[in-house]
Design a protein. Structure first.
Length: 238
């Protein structure tokens, strides 16, 4: 089994690119066109923004507005039709993305493999994920036997254990029951409040409380607001 077949869902987006200024992420005139049976569909149309270390930007838009597409482009999972990104921080894969796991391997072996990709100490990361997920010896079982919730716990825990500078979040903010969701919130928003975040989300309460800016998407166009309360009001009116 080759490394690429396992890691295709976990792009090496933590490595900053050469053209970027350290400590910021820029999207420059990002457009994405999909070719369908009904013709071309432009999901993103010259979307630009910038986020710096410690800032938290929400991406707001109705279903189909391009939020997830933009997240995938930033993470390297998808290429834009035109425009480019400048990645000047260690950028995570989208939080809770589990597409990079090999089902035939145990959780233990998947964690060990991902540690080798990111050059992280396995024992330290494994102990953190084991403690965070509360899965115990289930991590010694093949991941194909896991429920969706178990896989997401492992992916979420790994995202936190790698300790990225900027965390990408695509809709899934917290996982599990109420108690575990509070644990996720503490790890993400309290212990890592100094990290940058780019969050595709529907909750205007979260945006107003935690975000420093918001990108509102409609009909492929995007506008950034520093007033997150105003951005949430505009989003609610769409």
């Amino acid at each position: 089994m080759d490394r690429d077949s396992i890691s295709q869902g976990l792009p090496p987006s933590s490595v900053p690119n050469e053209q970027a200024s350290w400590g910021r992420i820029r999207a420059v005139n990002i457009s994405k066109v999909f070719h369908t049976q009904l013709g071309e569909k432009r999901v993103l149309d010259n979307v630009s923004f910038e986020i710096r270390r410690g800032e938290k930007m929400a991406i707001l838009g109705r279903n189909g507005s391009g939020k997830s597409t933009l997240i995938r482009i930033l993470s390297g999972v998808m290429s834009p039709t035109s425009g480019h990104t400048e990645i000047g921080m260690r950028l995570s894969w989208p939080l809770a993305l589990d597409g990079g796991f090999e089902g035939g391997l145990t959780g233990y072996d998947n964690i060990r493999f991902i540690c080798s990709l990111y050059d992280k100490p396995f024992r330290e990361v494994y102990d953190y994920v084991r403690d965070f997920t509360e899965m115990g010896d289930h991590l010694l079982l093949p991941m194909r036997s896991y429920s969706d919730g178990m896989r997401m716990r492992v992916a979420f825990g790994l995202s936190l254990a790698i300790e990225f500078d900027c965390i990408l979040i695509d809709e899934v903010l917290f996982v599990g029951d109420t108690r575990f969701q509070r644990k996720c919130q503490h790890e993400l928003l309290d212990r890592r409040k100094d990290r940058a975040m780019i969050i595709a989300i529907h909750s205007h309460e979260f945006v107003s409380e935690y975000c420093t800016s918001a990108l509102v998407l409609k009909d492929g166009k995007g506008k950034v607001f520093s007033d997150t309360t105003l951005a949430a009001q505009i989003y609610n009116s769409l």
